[in-house]
Design a protein around this ligand. Structure first.
Ligand SMILES: C[S@@+](CC[C@H](N)C(=O)[O-])C[C@H]1O[C@@H](n2cnc3c(N)ncnc32)[C@H](O)[C@@H]1O
Length: 173
């Protein structure tokens, strides 16, 4: 995902977790803003940024809901492993609405398994999570491509990752 970002990008990372992506990307981008619903993870990201003397990143503890609207505009919105966690109606709203505050989206998400082994490994990974119901809905609705289609976004590229069940989608509107 870092390789796909344009140098000088202004990035919002949705569901940023511990901030790992923005922290790794910070020297390539102009600024980064991470939002996550976990207070603990945001605190961790803020402490790490401070310890590493990184000055171009900010993190905010906030639940992203259908009314979520950041104060600034961004060149890119990124999201890694977020959309299968959310109720799918909310996932559609967040994805659609992100086009009002950023030009491009880079999303790392589960793709349809290519064989029974991948299917089983994905199921084992997700079955005992609290969001399993949302994950099932995500699969039934056609995975990330199903969401993208619903939002009428344009897929510029789909890149493979080290994990065959995870793909990186570059989108525009
Ligand atoms: C599977 S984790 C991925 C975290 C991070 N992007 C990564 O790749 O390591 C999903 C993250 O989404 C966050 N999350 C889930 N629903 C959210 C919501 N409605 N608003 C903000 N964050 C949310 C969770 O707190 C969690 O940190």
């Amino acid at each position: 995902m870092i390789n796909i970002l344009d140098p000088g990008a202004r990035v919002i990372d949705l569901g940023c977790g511990s901030g790992d992506f923005l922290i790794r990307a910070h020297s390539k981008i102009e600024s980064g803003f991470g939002v996550d619903g976990s207070k603990q993870l945001i605190k961790y990201a803020q402490n790490r940024t401070k310890d590493l003397n990184i000055t171009n990143l900010t993190f905010e503890h906030r639940m992203i809901d259908q009314d979520f609207k950041p104060k600034a505009h961004f060149t890119h919105a990124t999201a890694c492993l977020l959309f299968h966690v959310l109720p799918q109606e909310l996932a559609v709203q967040i994805l659609k609405f992100s086009t009002t505050y950023c030009a491009r989206l880079i999303i790392c998400a589960f793709a349809p398994p290519e064989n029974k082994k991948q299917q089983l490994l994905m199921w084992l990974d997700q079955r005992f999570t609290s969001h399993y119901r949302h994950y099932r809905e995500y699969c039934q609705n056609g995975y990330m491509e199903g969401l993208i289609k619903k939002c009428q976004l344009h897929i510029d590229d789909i890149a493979d990752t080290f994990d065959p069940t995870l793909k990186i989608y570059t989108l525009s509107h």
